[in-house]
Ligand binder design. Structure first.
Ligand code: ADP
Length: 489
């Protein structure tokens, strides 16, 4: 029998420890499933304040191991902590002046000024820590710009280090718009050789670009849906990195994110007032009442509730949604919004909620419990994104019988099929043109379908029975890992 594949997941966030978005859902779920498929998995991330404040704190112990990490001219000592709570051991790298902060990367007024330093240190400390922990990975699977330097270190400073002689790297891009770009003056902090500060290496128009480092130096690059893997090779979606991605296209793959149905299914959801499944939907009606109460809305039964859980950002389609809001508020529907993000959208939606207090509810906060209540209690879920690498909430929505209305981009396009009433096929509503007009037309189509109770129920049941569990996606990752093992000299 072949020995177990050893995989290290290096990530800036993962549930249940710390989360700002979908990345944490992915890095929280994937390790468990990989382990179930026979891999030997470890996770490694910074020890943030969020973790100290989370319910996981009690399970986290000091390993007694410290690594010494170079950061420019300084040598910093980084203690390694470990959680024994999960089946997958997780390591936390502690350096309080960098990670003991209110937010992970960005404050309401902007990014932390020393993000370069914070994640150069993290990436270098990952490499040093696994040596000292004596976990010799076959694969280091890195996620997003914060970990982009790991493969650059392995291919340069550590290239003759026997410990890593058999280690390969996979780099997953969760959102190419976030690249970790910093002035060249930060480059010496990395300790990397000057020869790689070129347009073929880590340089991007005079700056240091950490996402680009991940793309250039990793053995395989993946992104979180098939469609997005094609989109990012074009100028419209590539944010300047389309050229380098096209050049590496033979090693670029789209692997759709899965869903952890232990967390996100109405049968098991511990946050909702009444559990339900596709055989008995009575609980969903109770969840709807509970949601309306939570948002103090007053809505008749024939008006659907449209849910939104999102970062309030242009990427998520808030510009076209803003233009459509007055029209939407004049339709027979209600809307509940949960999100944080750009101040202009906070103000706009709060203003609209005052104008339409019975129909529109807004909560400007990050709250996992309310997110679950929205998934269960809404009838429809709106994601009019400008671009969407994968998108998770539309997939969660399907399981809750909450019908997605999406724009056809990235993972939204890969997961949602436009409903055709003639043949009663499809699992949601999908529009192409990025405009408020196209959005309104599609919402109208959804309202039409909703008004026919029998037709709607069929659509709901169809959606609820779809399966996007992690198993398939994790198997695809294992295939890619094994491909690298075979390619080994
Ligand atoms: P993103 O681009 O933000 O990562 P995804 O759709 O991939 O978008 O994932 C977003 C994740 O974050 C989902 O699990 C969603 O429920 C969660 N989320 C987003 N905003 C909030 C919020 N304000 N409160 C609670 N959860 C949120």
């Amino acid at each position: 029998m072949m020995r177990a594949l050893k995989v290290l997941i290096a990530t800036p966030e993962a549930i249940p420890f710390a989360k700002t978005g979908g990345l944490a859902d992915v890095t929280g779920a994937l390790p468990k499933v990989l382990q179930g498929l026979g891999c030997e998995v470890r996770l490694i991330m910074p020890f943030y304040r969020q973790i100290q404040e989370s319910g996981e704190k009690a399970e986290i112990k000091d390993t007694g191991i410290q690594v010494s990490v170079s950061l420019g001219f300084r040598e910093l000592s980084v203690p390694v902590f470990q959680s024994s709570a999960n089946n997958v051991p997780a390591y936390f790298l502690k350096r309080d002046e960098y990670y003991d902060r209110k937010y992970l990367y960005t404050m309401p007024d902007g990014d932390y000024f020393d993000n370069a330093e914070r994640f150069i240190l993290f990436s270098r400390a990952v490499v040093e820590a696994i040596k000292k922990l004596n976990f010799k990975p076959d694969i280091i699977h890195c996620h997003d710009w914060q970990t982009g330097l790991i493969s650059a270190f392995l291919k340069t400073i550590y290239k003759n280090d026997q410990f890593f002689a058999d280690t390969k790297t996979v780099f997953t891009i969760h959102n190419i718009a976030y690249q970790g770009q910093f002035p060249q003056s930060h480059f010496p902090l990395t300790g990397l050789p000057h020869e790689i500060f070129t347009p073929d290496g880590i340089e991007f128009w005079g700056n240091m670009n950490l996402l680009k480092a991940g793309i250039v130096f990793s053995d395989i690059i993946t992104t979180v849906s098939e469609k997005y893997s094609k989109e990012i090779q074009t100028p419209e979606f590539g944010y300047g990195l389309e050229g380098i991605l096209m050049a590496k296209k033979d090693n670029l793959f789209g692997v759709l994110n899965g869903v952890d149905y232990d967390d996100w299914s109405p049968e098991k959801d511990k946050f909702i007032i009444s559990k339900y499944d596709y055989k008995d939907l009575s609980g969903k009606a109770k969840c709807r009442q509970d949601l309306l109460k939570e948002y103090s809305l007053n809505l008749s039964d024939d008006a659907p509730v449209i849910g939104i859980i999102s970062r309030l950002a242009d990427q998520k389609g808030f510009d076209i949604l803003s233009q459509a809001m007055e029209d939407l508020m004049n339709m027979n529907l209600g809307m509940v919004v949960l999100g944080t993000g750009e101040r202009k959208y906070h103000d706009l939606f709060e203003g609209l909620a005052k104008k339409y207090p019975k129909k529109l509810g807004i909560k400007i906060t990050f709250d996992n419990k309310i997110a679950h209540k929205i998934e269960a209690g809404s009838d429809m879920f709106l994601m009019p994104s400008k671009y969407e690498p994968c998108g998770l909430n539309q997939i969660y929505s399907l399981k809750y019988g909450t019908i997605p209305i999406v724009r056809a981009t990235g993972g939204l396009d890969d997961t949602i099929d436009d409903y055709d009433p003639k043949v009663a096929e499809g699992n949601g509503f999908k529009f192409n043109e990025y405009s408020s007009k196209a959005l309104i037309v599609k919402v109208n189509k959804a309202l039409e379908a909703f008004s026919d109770k029998k037709e709607w129920k069929k659509l709901v049941l169809n959606a609820m029975q779809q399966d996007f569990s992690w198993e398939r996606s994790a198997k695809r990752y294992v295939e890619l890992y094994k491909r690298l093992m075979i390619e080994k000299p």
